[in-house]
Design a protein around this ligand. Sequence first.
Ligand SMILES: Cc1ncc(COP(=O)(O)O)c(C=O)c1O
Length: 485
Amino acid sequence: MFLALDGVGDLQAQVLRALKQGIQDGRLAVGSRLPSTRELAARLGVSRNTVIAAYESLCAEQFAVAKSGSGTRVSASPPRQTAALPALPVEAQSRYAGRVRALPPIMLEKREEGLRWNLQYGEPMVDVALFTIWRRALIHAAQRTGAHGAPAQGLLELRAQIADHLGKYRGIRCTAADVVVVNGTQQAISLAARILVDEGEQVVLEEPHYQLATQAFTAHGAVVRHVPVDDDGIVVDALPTEAVKLAYVTPSHQFPSGRVMSLERRVAMLERAAAQGFWILEDDYDGEFKFDGRPPPALHSLDRHGRVLYIGTFTKTLLPSIRLGYMIAPEPVRRDLVRAKMLADMRCSAVEQAAVARLISSGAYVRHLKRATLELKKRRRALLAGLQAHCADWVQIDDSGGGMHLICWLPQLSEAQLAMLIELATARGLGLHEVVHHYTSKPRHPGLLMGFAALSVPQINAATAMLGECLADVVGGGAPKRQQA
Ligand SMILES: Cc1ncc(COP(=O)(O)O)c(C=O)c1O
């Protein structure tokens, strides 16, 4: 028997491929005994462990069977080789697929493994008390929820609780009938695009922007226009004067700059929407986490023309694993949203909806929000203090009074140095993330988007000390230590 390795990939995979090929083309006959692992290892010039691991995979994939005492044999009916399918012509797919294919990578999806401290925006705060009450609420809901699913619009008891909560805490007057329960903000954006925007129509987003919103509208086929944000939020005077179909904004806590839209701008934005006849999609993703005083009321609460569709999400206020959010939309848009939701995925999980409804009605939700706000405030303070103590010579902070992230600018660094900094920090166990992915063109300085929700205060202290060391190595001392070695 002659087996040759193809030199592609690791040795174990090469040995496995060679064995499978031998079985499929009949050189290794059905039922025949494979050489001993020692013999094959010597013949191929690889370690015995490599061959043992390849044999194990061969058995797991049912190409061979191992019997103690009689070695490993080719199985009686090894899986047949499937003929390679001809490559599909790209034109066979939709225009939507073409647009999706052309999108840049989604940065929030990038997860680094094995880091000691990851300043990743979007990582949740792990609150032990929340897990305990969530587990109880889920068990209770699972016992009470029958076999039937919730209506497409959402479980009535959850919609009623959401309406009540929004009235008390976000200044939004609505009833259960106005609420549509969705699988998080991303589904809300996608449904709004389907119901309100046609291909080729113009959609306004903020600059800097939430990358996943830009991508959802781009994939939908909208012509996306980014309008700058200043200290008061989106610059309303810079909006296009014609043919805007929808504007997506984050007024409570602009993502990622952290700016809060001023009252003047809110009024101007609403007037502009009414005059030009466009929709406003308000993403209130972390508006409940405000550190100094009460969160500003939602833009929706000021809307007198029925132009604002409001989105809230439990993925930020509770846990990212709870994929539930909600929309408040005027009739008849709401009816169409519900139909579109039904066509997309029928409904959200009834058990999870019942559990969240219970959390809100029992008061546990608001207690959690208060606890989480206090803890986030401590973590943000630790991050600011740590940056001040260890990195003050290099950083400029774009702070904001709420949420789970801030931007840390590094005006003295070149782009190449920022890349070196991120690489060096990663090698030392610290995850850093560039903010540039949320800009259409490069910002004035290199910068980092720092999420602080997932790290405890001591971890943040250690992370900022490490950042200071890395900065000193990259900027202060020239080349990183690792490269000097
Ligand atoms: C601006 C913005 N909106 C919404 C969300 C939450 O989206 P979802 O509810 O789909 O998890 C995020 C989370 O990263 C965000 O940054």
